[in-house]
Design a protein around this ligand. Structure first.
Ligand code: ADE
Length: 262
């Protein structure tokens, strides 16, 4: 309880020193990844810039800007930079779905980014790949703390029966996110990403957002719920579970915003 209070105080101080008051950027690649959150937004302004819609307003009293970035690194980098330059966001939260890379994870489980890495940025040699992203990007510890605190409060949708292993409730872990401009539906590639990057999940935007945030000194965290396991069934699983997974990720982000709005 005391720790929780201190954590929120730390977050507020963190946001207040960065700007008065802190504006949170909320990004997703697809509308379905933002729907549940945007329902709770009191919208004050809507702009369309370079074909994308930016909604500004408040969620649970917290000033926010929300935009759908589109799928992939270019669109998400563009949106992230615009949110920072044009809307002055003080912190960025990306919410959405991902493919599972860590074999311990199931559809519906959530990865809170500890760090994020580009998996498709490098040099291809006849028999190997040299990554040009040697360090990756570290998520902000205060935002990560906020997500983990929210994890203690959030009520997620149970894992669909047909996908259930031992657990009924989705797990929330702190892990590494791998990003590339590729939808992964290959077990061989899943294993390669696991072995090369020690990643927990794969998606198509996080590292681009992280890179933009890092170079602008804006704290970020990526929240991802698994819609598929990045294997040969990924396309079918994605269709079946994208809404379920997107909502679980949104539920965690909503809980983070509720904590910030307290
Ligand atoms: N987002 C959701 N599932 C994915 C996958 N298998 N590969 C890349 N991005 C994803």
């Amino acid at each position: 309880m005391f720790l929780g209070g201190m954590m929120i105080a730390a977050i507020l101080v963190h946001l207040l020193v960065l700007g008065q008051p802190g504006v949170i950027g909320i990004m997703g690649a697809m509308e379905v990844e933002l729907d549940l959150i945007s329902k709770d937004m009191v919208v004050e302004k809507v702009d369309t810039i370079a074909t994308k819609i930016y909604r500004s307003g408040k969620i649970y009293g917290v000033p926010c800007v929300m935009a759908r970035a589109g799928v992939g690194k270019v669109g998400s980098a563009q949106t992230a930079q615009l949110m920072i330059t044009q809307y002055g966001v003080d912190a960025m939260i990306f919410t959405g779905v991902a493919g599972g890379i860590n074999p311990q994870l199931d559809i519906g489980d959530i990865v809170v980014s500890s760090n994020v890495v580009h998996h498709d940025f490098g040099q291809i040699l006849p028999d190997s790949f040299i990554s040009f992203d040697t360090m990756g990007f570290f998520a902000d510890s205060v935002l990560v703390g906020l997500a983990l605190q929210a994890a203690g409060n959030v009520e997620l949708h149970a894992i669909p029966e047909e996908m259930r292993g031992e657990d009924e409730e989705p797990k929330i872990i702190l892990g590494r996110v791998a990003t590339g401009d590729q939808f992964i539906s290959s077990e061989a590639k899943r294993v390669w990403i696991e072995e090369t990057f020690n990643a927990d999940c794969v998606e198509m935007e996080g590292a681009a957002v992280a890179q933009i945030c890092a170079t602008n000194d804006v704290p970020f965290v990526i929240i991802r719920s698994l819609s598929d396991l990045a294997n040969e069934e990924a396309e079918v699983d994605f269709e079946a579970f994208v809404l379920y997974a997107a909502e679980n990720s949104s539920l965690l982000v909503k809980e983070m915003l509720k904590l910030l709005g307290q």
